[in-house]
Each structure stands twice: as C-alpha cells, then as structure tokens.
Design a protein around this ligand. Structure first.
Ligand code: 26V
Length: 823
C-alpha cells in the first residue's frame, strides 16, 4: 500500500470519554448487532459493549506490537494447553478505566448492568489452578508492559457445566461459542499444516551430513484466533493466540478426486475434532491418543509461528535463544522440545550440538504437581505411529543424556534406569517430566515447599546432576481480577483509606492498611463490606439453589476441584461431628455456620463424584433437621467457575485449605480468599506456609501434620484403624456415614469412601489429622464470637497479602528465567 492510500485508511481515534463510548455503543447496536433500538436484548447490549471495548483495545494492541518491533525486544511465549480466562467485559472495562463511564451510560438507558454482564459466556478453557494461573500471568505481563504472548487451543467446548441431579454431578457440554465470541479476531491467513503419521527417510544432505525427512504424513491445518489482553492502567495490550483445527484441503482432495464427496467431508470432521474439547481431568494422565494429538497439534502450530516470525525478522535462527524464551506450562506442551530439535536439524540443518544448545537455552518448564498419577507418560508404540521422527529424536536425546550420566556415575545402572526418559516397566513409556527437565535450562516449582519436594523426591537425581536448574517461583494472583473486579466495595474502602489506587499495581502497598487494623471505625467499615458481600452471596444462592442462607452465620468455604488429596471429606467429617454435637446438646452455646462447598469432579473420577453426593446427602439431613435450625447449614453451589468464584470469594470469612501436607503444589484460591479478608484454616502445605509467614502465625489457623511428619507416618506403617478405635467421636461419625444415616435410601452408598479410609490405607491421612482439625475448628468458633478481634485479623490478612500478586511472580520469571525487561 502506498503512503497516501494508507493514510486515507486511518481509523477514527477511539476515545474513552462518555460521548465517544455512547456513540460506539449506538453504532455497534446498529451496525454490528443489526437491531433497532426497540428490539435490543441484554445480549445485544453485551455485544455492543464488548465491541466498543474491543475497538479501543485494537488500537492499543497494534501500537504495542509496533513498539515491541521497533525496540527489538526479547519476548516470552507462554505455552499452555489451558487458559481459564473467564468473562472479559468487566475486566477489560476496569483495566481500560472506563467501567464508571459504562455504568453511567447504562443507567441513562435504564439497563441492568449485571444482567447484561451475565449474558457473556465464560472462556472456560481450563480445568482449575493451572489454567487460571496462566490467565493471571497474562494480566500481569500486560500490566507490567512486558512482551509476553500466550499460545493455546481454541477449544470449541470448554470446561463442562456441572448440574446436580438428586445430588449427583451431571456434566453438560459448554457450547461457549454459540452466540459468537466478540473478543476474538479470526486470522484465516495464519494457517499452518500439522503433520502426523508417515515414516522417516534417511538421506545425505548436500553438506555431506546424514539428514532425515519425515514423509507420507497426514495433515491437519491449524488456524489462528487472536484475543487482545489489556493491562491495567497502561496502553499495553498483549496477544493470546489460540489454534483451531481445520481440515487440510490437500487431504480432502484425495477423496474428492476419487469421487467420494461424503468421505471427504467425513474426514474433514475427523481432523477438526482435534480442537473440539478440553480434557476435563486434571488428576490422571490417561494416555489417550486424541489428547496426544491435541498436544502436538498445539505445539507444532505454535513453534512454526514463533520460528517463522523470528526468521522473517532476523533472517537467521542462530540468535533464537537471545531473542525469545518459551515457558512450558507443565509437561503438556513438552513435545515442543523434540519439535524444535526437529526443525533445527531437519529444516535448518544445524548440528546436533548446536541445535541442542539453542533448544535448552530457549525452554524452561514449570512443574505443577508431584502426584504420581498426574505425571504424564506416553506409550512408545503410540509415539512411533503418530510422531516417528520425534521418537527418534527423543531416543537420541536419551542416548546422549544417559551417556553423560554414566560418565559421571560409572557402573550405576540403577540410576540410569531411574533417570531415563523412557520407562521400561511393561509397555515402554516416554516420561514427559524427564524430557521437559533435560530440555530446559530452568525448571521451577510453584511454592517453596513444592520446589523443595521436587529437589528431594521426584527430581532428586536430576537436582544432583543439574544443580541450580531447579528454582522456585511462588505462584500469585492478579489483584485486578481478584479484588478490583471481584470486590468493588472493598476496593473502594481501601482506595479511600489509603488515598490512592497505586496498590492495584503494587500490592505490597496494602501494608499501609496495617495500622487501621487497630482502628475501630475502620474495622466497622471493613465488617460492613463483608456483611454486604455476604448478603449478595445469599441472594445469589437463593436464586441458583433455592436455599435461604443466614447472612449472620460464619461463612465457611471450601471451593476448588474435588480431589481426595484436597480432603473435602475431612471437612465433612467435621461437619458431621459438629452436627451431632448440636443435635445432642440443644443448649450448646455456639456460633451459626454456613459451610459452603463448590467444585467440579473429573467425569471419570468415581470417588470424587461420590464425595459430591455425600456433601449433598449430608446437606439434606442437616438443613432439614428442626433441632438444628439455622445454627448449621451445608450447601453445595453447583457449576463452580470463574464467575461463581467472583461471587463467593468476597463473601467468605473462613477459607479451608486442608490438603494433606506435601500434596498441594501451591494453591491459588488460598491467596484469593485471604486477599479478600478471609481467615485461613489450613495445613502446612503449598503456599499456605508462605501465606502464614506473611500474614503472621497469629492470624492463621494451622493444624495437622507437616510434610515430613506425613512422610514419616507413611514410612512407619500408618494404621488408620488405630485412630478409628482410639477416638469415639471419629468412630461414630464414620459409622453414621457407613451405616446410611445420610442415605437411608441406599445405606451402602458411601461404603467406597469409608473403605478407602479404613481398609484402603487412608492414603491422604484424614484420620491422622482429624483430631487436630476438630480442635482447630473449635478455635475458629471461639474467635468468631469476638467479632472485633476476628475483623482485626481479617484486615491483617488483606494488608499482608502483597507478596501474592502475580506481578511479583512474573517479575521473578522475567528477571531470573526469561531475561526479558520492561521497555
Ligand atoms: C494433568 C492432566 C493429566 C492429563 C489430562 C489433563 C491434565 C490437565 C492438568 C494436569 C495437571 C494439573 C496440575 C495442576 O493443575 N496443578 C495445580 O497447579 C496450580 C498452579 O500452579 C497449583 O496452585 C495447584 O496447587 C496445583 O494442584
């Protein structure tokens, strides 16, 4: 395009004042939605608002891209199979600073803001903590003006919707794109072929070296969709690029030429299944072919895009690791390591040593769990069939790696077996954690304890062989989503009290609130905010569940995926204990409690689904027992997602973080709740330890065994039956559940849960921690009576949570691992 014609194409500047926004909304209702003012629905309004925001983001986004190009900055690419973004309308309006203008405009038109916001479908492209962390990181990268881009999959169906049917979980597909996604830009021209299958041919390259060609493959096309990611109070807008699978035209042609039109279209469907659905399990690696294909599809497209952009700009691959860093979010994208090797060897004809140097210097890997069943492995025969060239490269990596290990530890065959990238027990499997470790220059855990456990247990041999490679990066959360958006009244109170809003960009400034913990008037205001939020939550629960909550009771919450290691069942053991005490002592002087649960179970995880049913069966009995009244209520809020979290968290007073010590890598819900002024009852696990350190031991309810005690207990033949026989109350509670007290229609229903505890070894040590948990819960009850002291401690929680901003986490990654800087 000539200079003259491109200046003719200059768009109108998209301003943030009210008249400009009003005009934008009117135009979009008219020209984008295509409706007359009389016919517009709440969803039409949402679309118009979203497009009005998007216009403003687009301008800043292009400027950001240009700025990065001109300054020739080093960039980071965050590769993740999951981005649990949630809704974008409110968050973008707040980050752009136009939320108040929007509110006023909607009032002018007598529109209901929250009803409009509720028509937005969540981008639920993640399971839980790992996916939400990726979303918080994107917010922090943009807010810190750092050149970081996300790469992921544009799943057609995100995390399933959870319904309750007679207390059981039922899954429904999440058709989130049904009404269109106003935030995305389809890029039909950004299209890469992804190959599968075929065979490898060895030949001699003109440079004289042996070379490899992967041939006779099948293709699926990856098409890009871009989503702008705005920072808070900055003009920086970064990009999230999501891939969608499209059938390859070449591939179809075979069948078209053979005259089989229907077959051709069938095949089209088949290849497009690759980005159809998010795998809804985060606990067990199933080794499913479709999942492996998703992983490779995703990393192949991303690497082609990254390498293409790099070479187009620099005309060389030699400076790759100086100009880009790639972060692997768990092992799910770890095939990127052999894939980059393949590109460097087979397309750029680098030597193995040079290719390896560039690869290791480019990649780093974050581990998010040590639970053995969640560590990914892929059967060698499957890789051989789908990705034969990658398998060759993995074998070569392993050969060279084990040669180095053998050199350092001569004669230590056992060590070689332990460290190999290939496990040889039964069907050979590639160990993705080992692969990711060996191919990265930094490997990190997500909280201090977790990182130490990586060094001491799962990766102990690797720590010895590559000292310094394992580093810690304690997780964080974005205060823009989890305070500014979640809790407007608390945000207002803090800003009014401190006289500024800088704390939203530097969360350590919350420490300025510390003196106000001793100010009775401030405590009163802080309490009023919490009370307001509790009433709001009670309204929501009444609407969604038809249950009336007592907003003067203690709101006690455990909200997270349902997992045995997270011990929702231990929470229930306390609920039943408390229930029986109330039932049998009507005069007992106690405080009213509402125990709130929310969370999804993986569809194939039978024990987790049974725990949901038990919560609901217990709720049925407790909530309808006239002897209890409203002194105790139990409630399961269905379909826990980002939007529901935004409603529950600001209303919570007690945050349950009760995993068996050593099992929860970090937790991030613990941070969201404490930031919003909930007190934690927790074990010394994951980031709880660091939260307690920050907020002060006096302001944290701690119980249970620590990680070392748990591991000693297990070493010394832990006997849950010993605890069962020694504690009458515990025995009674377990006998009630086992005997059908809560399930008279099916007395044996919960036997599998009881068996796991009494005859299955109680892997997560619920019985060992029960007594101390009950003791600690009694302490909670005692303190809640003293509402001034409770509030004082709650304020000190909020005031001391600054460390857990994801801004701090991202700055550490940027400095220590990615070596990227602010521009
Ligand atoms: C594993 C698998 C196995 C195959 C099927 C799909 C799938 C998806 C995810 C996972 C790994 C989940 C690991 C995870 O979510 N870890 C959580 O990461 C959080 C962020 O670091 C952390 O706060 C939680 O403690 C940790 O459980």
């Amino acid at each position: 395009m000539t200079k003259r014609s491109s200046s003719l194409l200059k768009p109108t500047e998209q301003l943030l004042d009210k008249p400009a926004l009003r005009r934008g909304i009117a135009n979009h209702l008219h020209y984008t939605v295509g409706k007359d003012a009389e016919q517009v629905t709440d969803r039409d309004w949402f679309m118009a608002l979203a497009h009005t925001i998007r216009d403003r983001l687009t301008e800043r986004w292009m400027k950001t891209t240009r700025r990065y190009q001109e300054k020739d900055v080093k960039r980071v690419y965050y590769l993740s199979l999951e981005f649990l973004i949630g809704r974008s309308l409110n968050n973008s309006a707040l980050n752009l600073g136009i939320a108040e203008n929007f509110r006023q405009i909607l009032t002018e038109f007598e529109m209901n803001e929250s009803r409009i916001a509720d028509t937005e479908a969540e981008a639920a492209l993640g399971n839980g903590g790992l996916g939400r962390l990726a979303a918080c990181f994107l917010d922090s990268l943009a807010t810190l003006d750092l050149p970081g881009e996300g790469y992921g999959i544009r799943y057609e169906y995100g995390m399933f919707h959870q319904h309750l049917h007679q207390g059981w979980q039922r899954e429904q597909p999440d058709n989130w794109l049904r009404y269109g996604n106003p935030w995305e830009f389809p890029r039909p021209e950004i299209l890469y072929p992804v190959e599968f299958g075929g065979r490898v041919v060895e030949y001699r390259h003109e440079n004289g070296q042996a070379a490899h060609q992967w041939t006779d493959t099948e293709h699926v096309m990856a098409m890009a969709y871009d989503m702008p990611i705005p920072g808070y109070d900055t003009d920086t807008v970064n990009n999230l690029r999501l891939w969608s699978a499209k059938s390859s035209r070449d591939f179809d042609l075979e069948f078209f030429n053979a005259g089989d039109y229907i077959k051709a279209v069938e095949h089209k469907n088949l290849s497009e299944t690759l980005s159809k659905v998010l795998y809804p399990s985060d606990s067990t690696s199933l080794g499913r072919e479709l999942r492996l294909k998703q992983e490779y599809f995703f990393i192949s497209a991303s690497l082609q895009d990254i390498v293409h952009k790099h070479v187009q700009h620099y005309h060389t691959i030699e400076n790759l690791s100086h100009k880009i860093a790639i972060q692997l979010n768990d092992t799910h994208p770890a095939l990127a390591i052999p894939e980059l090797m393949r590109l460097l060897l087979d397309k750029f004809y680098l030597t193995w040593d040079r290719a390896w140097e560039l690869t290791v210097n480019t990649f780093s890997y974050t581990n998010h769990t040590l639970l053995p069943e969640a560590l990914e492995t892929w059967p060698v025969p499957l890789l051989e069939r789908l990705l034969p060239r990658h398998l060759q490269i993995i074998y070569e990596m392993n050969h060279r790696f084990l040669r180095d290990v053998a050199h350092r530890y001569p004669g230590d065959g056992e060590r070689l077996r332990r460290m190999s990238l290939i496990s040889e027990e039964g069907t050979k499997q590639v160990r993705m954690g080992h692969l990711a470790f060996v191919g990265s220059h930094r490997v990190n855990g997500v909280a201090q304890l977790h990182t130490q456990l990586m060094r001491d247990t799962t990766f102990a041999d690797f720590e010895q062989f590559f000292p310094q490679r394992i580093v810690n990066k304690t997780n964080g959360i974005t205060p823009r989503r989890w305070l500014n958006e979640a809790n407007p009244p608390l945000t207002q109170l803090i800003s009014d009290t401190l006289g500024h809003k800088h704390w939203l960009k530097d969360l350590t400034l919350l420490k300025q609130l510390i003196p106000f913990a001793d100010d009775a008037a401030f405590r009163q205001q802080f309490r009023a905010v919490k009370q307001h939020n509790k009433v709001q939550l009670a309204h929501f629960v009444q609407q969604r569940c038809g249950i009336i909550l007592n907003p003067h009771s203690l709101f006690d919450v455990q909200i997270k995926r349902i997992h045995e290691y997270k011990r929702q069942l231990l929470n229930l053991l306390h609920v039943v204990t408390h229930y029986v005490r109330l039932r049998d002592n009507p005069q007992i002087d106690t405080v009213a409690r509402t125990v709130i649960f929310a969370g999804k179970a993986a569809p194939g995880y039978a024990q987790a689904k049974l725990i949901i049913k038990l919560i609901n069966d217990i709720a049925d009995v407790v909530n309808h027992d006239p002897r209890i009244g409203d002194r105790l209520k139990v409630i399961f809020i269905p379909n826990y997602d980002v939007s529901t979290a935004l409603k529950i968290i600001p209303a919570a007073e007690l945050s349950q973080q009760i995993s068996t010590a050593g099992t929860e890598a970090s937790g991030t819900g613990n941070m969201k709740l404490a930031l919003n002024g909930a007190l934690t009852i927790g074990t010394l696990d994951g980031a709880n330890i660091e939260i307690r350190e920050e907020v002060g031991a006096d302001n944290f309810f701690i119980f249970g065994m620590n990680a070392e005690e748990i591991s000693a207990l297990k070493r010394n033949a832990y006997s849950p039956l010993f605890y069962y026989h020694a504690q009458a109350e515990l025995r009674m509670v377990l006998d009630m559940i086992a005997g059908g007290y809560f399930s008279p229609d099916a007395p044996d229903r919960f036997q599998p849960l009881i068996d796991a505890l009494l005859s299955g070894g109680d892997y997560y040590c619920l019985l060992a921690d029960y007594a101390d948990y009950i003791r600690c819960q009694n302490e909670v009850t005692q303190l809640y009576r003293d509402s001034e002291e409770w509030t004082r401690r709650a304020i000190l929680n909020t005031a001391n949570m600054g460390k857990f901003s994801s801004d701090r986490t991202i700055k550490e990654y940027a400095q220590d691992i990615w070596k990227i800087g602010e521009i």
